[in-house]
Design a protein around this ligand. Structure first.
Ligand code: PAF
Length: 283
């Protein structure tokens, strides 16, 4: 496994790839957990015998709203490299910030529709930072395929939109969310939940599955499906607070009134200082 920390060393590694190999990019901010490993495993499956898996490890400053968040973002390069090696990554690109951003950089990518809602509503500029770094990684690696998790559903939808609108020659793949056996979506934030909070947070998945069951029994009204989920998440004095819970068109992320085409129910829940997100594709 090669590790490139500069653009020159990245270029050198890329120039050594056999031309008929498919290049598959897995963009990450490091601190790899089972969710990321599932993305790598999907990349390996996709590549078959003729693929080259590139994983980027870069804590992208332009997608953070608060300097403190960026400062405290977990970093574990050595462990990440070990996991990449074990999972068969061919090349890790792990640049420092000044390699990626010129001191006087003045051009960014801006998405103006899908990023207005859900997490974008409370994180101004976040998705512009994501789009900018993701486009840079696409350009730097010239990957054929890029792999993202469906847990960050809005991010995936925005990246698909950017790829479509800017005619970027890359295929975007979404990978199912990895869950704990309890159903709770895997997140590095789960570690910050107490045992009791952890068990309460399982209501999020339970609420979404209840909406799915209600739909399968014939209910299509978005309001009704949302209230089924809401009642389960907030049905106690536990302190789970819904920040948003919406039923949206899967591609445009516009709210829908009735479920008749591919949709996604997306939720963000605050529990004390911890904010958890999850989603379910319906039908
Ligand atoms: O999902 C993430 O980890 C990041 O937003 C991404 C896509 C690697 C861009 O920095």
């Amino acid at each position: 496994m090669n590790v490139a920390k500069t653009i020159t060393s990245l270029e050198k590694s890329l120039s050594e790839i056999t031309p008929d190999y498919t290049k598959i990019l897995v963009p990450t901010m490091g601190s790899l957990h089972a969710g990321h490993l599932a993305l790598i495993d999907e990349a390996k499956r996709t590549s078959g015998g003729k693929g080259f898996v590139i994983l980027s490890l870069f804590v992208n400053p332009t997608q953070f709203n608060q300097a403190d968040d960026l400062k405290h973002y977990p970093r574990s390069l050595e462990m990440d490299l070990k996991l990449c090696k074990e999972h068969g990554v061919d090349l890790v690109f792990a640049p420092e910030s000044d390699i990626i951003y010129q001191a006087d950089h003045s051009v960014t990518v801006s998405e103006s529709e899908l990023s207005k809602r859900l997490c974008g509503a409370t994180r101004p500029g976040h998705f512009d930072g994501v789009c900018t770094i993701v486009l840079k990684l696409f350009n730097l690696t010239r990957a054929d395929i890029a792999i993202f998790g469906k847990k960050d559903y809005q991010q995936l939808a925005i990246i698909r939109r950017m790829t479509r609108d800017l005619n970027i020659p890359i295929q975007i793949r979404g990978v199912e969310t990895i869950r704990e056996t309890s159903g709770l979506a895997l997140s590095s934030r789960n570690k910050r939940l107490s045992e009791q909070q952890h068990s309460d947070a399982q209501r999020i998945r339970r609420g979404m599955l209840a909406a799915q069951t209600t739909y399968l029994q014939g209910t299509t009204s978005a309001d009704k499906l949302i209230s089924v989920t809401q009642n389960i998440i907030e049905s106690s004095e536990l302190g789970l607070k819904i920040d948003y819970l919406e039923l949206l068109d899967r591609e445009s992320l516009q709210p829908i009134k009735s479920l008749s085409s591919p949709a996604v129910m997306a939720v963000a829940v605050s529990y004390g200082a911890v904010r958890l997100i999850d989603n379910i594709e319906l039908p």
